[in-house]
Design a protein around this ligand. Structure first.
Ligand code: THU
Length: 138
């Protein structure tokens, strides 16, 4: 699960860049996510809020959806950029969605340059997953 420093830099830069496109008129809390797949492709996502507030969707889940829609299921690392200090962790719903696709590196960052490296299994230990249903890992 070691992620090379230049890969971390690339992911954080992509998450920071896409964060500018977050649609967060209600919370004003923009989130950008960038996801690296095994074949070196990068997929991004931002939070998209809604006037019907329960319908807001997080950046992490949009990035996962973009990778899956492109036929890429092997996830290597994700960077999440928020304005928080220390950098914010993914919400519980996102942790569950990330865990569906295995245990991989998560880089939490903010525009001031703070970074924290963690993993899906550290963020969501003992997760419910495909194995509980007798399903193969995606
Ligand atoms: N948000 C994310 O995009 N990812 C998270 O993991 C936590 C929260 C978004 C949802 C909402 O648009 C805003 O941040 C404030 O909760």
């Amino acid at each position: 699960m070691e992620v090379e420093p230049h890969v971390i830099d690339r992911l954080v830069a992509a998450a920071l860049e896409v964060r500018a496109h977050a649609y967060a008129p209600y919370s004003r809390y923009a989130v950008g996510a960038a996801l690296l797949t095994r074949d070196g492709e990068l997929f991004t996502g931002v939070n998209v809020e809604n006037a019907s507030s329960g319908l807001s969707v997080c950046a992490e889940r949009h990035a996962v959806g973009a990778a899956i829609a492109a036929g890429r299921r092997q996830l290597i690392a994700m960077a999440v950029v928020t304005a928080s200090s220390p950098p914010a962790t993914p919400c519980g719903a996102c942790r569950q969605v990330l865990a569906e696709f295995g245990d991989f590196a998560i880089i939490l960052a903010n525009p001031s340059g703070e970074r924290r490296l963690t993993t899906v299994s550290l963020l969501l230990p003992d997760a419910f997953g495909p194995a509980a249903l007798g399903a193969a890992t995606p």
